[in-house]
Design a protein around this ligand. Structure first.
Ligand SMILES: Cc1cc2nc3c(=O)[nH]c(=O)nc-3n(C[C@H](O)[C@H](O)[C@H](O)COP(=O)(O)O)c2cc1C
Length: 385
């Protein structure tokens, strides 16, 4: 029988979890994989980016080879045509839970983070079991991004009534406590909770590192209170929109508040932000790409995409403008390799523990990033050699 191994290349003798190992870099580095058709940008400017599993697997494997710490996939539920427009923006989209399971045996060191909408019909026992399974398939490299769902249309797709914002996080709290108990307790579990019941429930195997890496992307008071209690890693957004200067002015207080809140619960959390990186050989080249993405916008898709985030009751993306949404991502980092690294230094100085980048044309952009940006990140001391 052919031998296959998902054991990491890096020595396990250090006794660290994959997140602790990633956090030894001054700036953790992740890749936001393009599971959705059109990825982040409702623009028809030509590119090779694809939502297919094959393409995403190539991105994840390459990021692993380049020494990235993590890849992350978002989850969404859209009707026919996705966000619409000529490009049927995001109509095709694979599910990150299944994709990260598929990536487990293809990768070796990189952390694989999947989003799950835990309130769309899941029972904590299901997800605790699935999570423990993928955790073992990846040898402890899997993380769960818990989202509660902020779109009425998504709840309706599942035949559910939308749930009030803060109540969602109360439910997420109970859900997460129950999963943690299933991962850590060595007896059958019977619970008559406020929302979930179980009798003699048990999960084995237990997660490789004792528990599963927990992630969340909250911004609101209730969301951050949940994250401070349960999450190891928090995807943060710029409270001041995509402009780098404004973001770097607003982020220090935001990061400080999140970490202080976690400490008040006796916990340490890491924060990571997702810049959209447009890197050219020169600033001029990068700015031309930025302009081309905007000029080729699909107006209907852009309107619908922007409206989704401007509406709803989530707090993360409030300051982003319509143009910010056409380019995509959170903070825009546009320039030469040196300027990209300068921006990363500033985000680090603003209290971010990591960046997880998204691109427009993933294959060439990732290659360029590996060849031109990563060596400069090492030189700047952001990444260990
Ligand atoms: C990097 C990042 C990724 C996210 N991924 C998803 C996702 O996959 N699916 C989703 O419904 N929401 C996603 N969200 C939105 C969050 O779930 C959440 O609704 C939002 O950050 C608002 O938090 P709040 O409820 O505290 O206001 C993401 C947010 C960020 C910043």
């Amino acid at each position: 029988m052919p031998r296959m191994s998902t054991a990491p290349d890096l020595a396990r003798a250090d006794g660290l979890t994959p997140l602790q190992r990633a956090a030894r870099h001054r700036l953790m580095l992740g890749l936001f994989i393009p599971l959705q058709q059109g990825a982040w940008s409702p623009s028809t400017w030509p590119r090779g980016t694809s939502w297919s599993f094959e393409f995403n697997a190539e991105c994840a494997v390459r990021a692993d080879e380049l020494g990235f710490d993590l890849v992350f996939g978002l989850a969404q539920w859209l009707g026919k045509g996705g966000y619409g427009g000529q490009m049927r923006f995001r109509e095709n989209a694979t599910d990150p839970l299944l994709v990260t399971a598929g990536l487990a045996p293809l990768t070796r060191n990189i952390i694989l983070i999947s989003t799950v909408h835990i309130l769309y019909g899941w029972h904590p026992l299901h997800l605790a079991k699935f999570a423990a399974s993928i955790d073992h398939m990846s040898n402890g490299r899997w993380g769960l991004n818990v989202v509660t769902g902020y779109k009425k249309s998504e709840y309706e797709m599942f035949g559910l009534e939308p749930i009030e914002h803060d109540l969602r996080y109360e439910m997420a709290d109970e859900f997460s406590v129950l999963m943690r108990r299933l991962w850590t307790e060595d007896e059958n579990l019977s619970v008559d909770g406020r929302w979930w019941r179980m009798k003699d429930a048990f999960v084995a195997p237990k997660p490789v590192n004792g528990t599963v890496l927990m992630v969340n992307a909250a911004s609101s008071g209730a969301g951050l209170a949940y994250a401070a209690r349960h999450s190891d890693l928090i995807f943060i957004t710029s409270p001041a929109g995509a402009d780098l200067d404004r973001a770097c002015a607003a982020l220090p207080a935001h990061n400080r508040a999140i970490k202080a809140l976690a400490r008040s619960h006796g916990r340490e959390v890491k924060t990571i932000i997702n810049p959209h990186v447009i890197c050219g050989e020169t600033e001029r080249e990068a700015r031309e790409q930025y302009r081309a993405i905007l000029e080729h916008q699909d107006p209907v898709a852009a309107d619908n995409f922007y409206a989704t985030f401007a509406g709803g009751d989530q707090a993360s993306w409030r300051a982003a403008t319509r143009d910010d949404w056409i380019v995509g991502g959170n903070v825009h980092v546009v320039g030469s390799p040196e300027q990209v690294v300068d921006a990363f230094v500033r985000l680090h100085e603003a209290g971010c523990d990591g960046v997880q980048v998204n691109f427009y044309d993933y294959a060439p952009d990732l290659e360029r990033f590996g060849a031109r940006v990563l060596p400069l990140m090492k030189q700047a001391g952001l990444r260990a050699g």
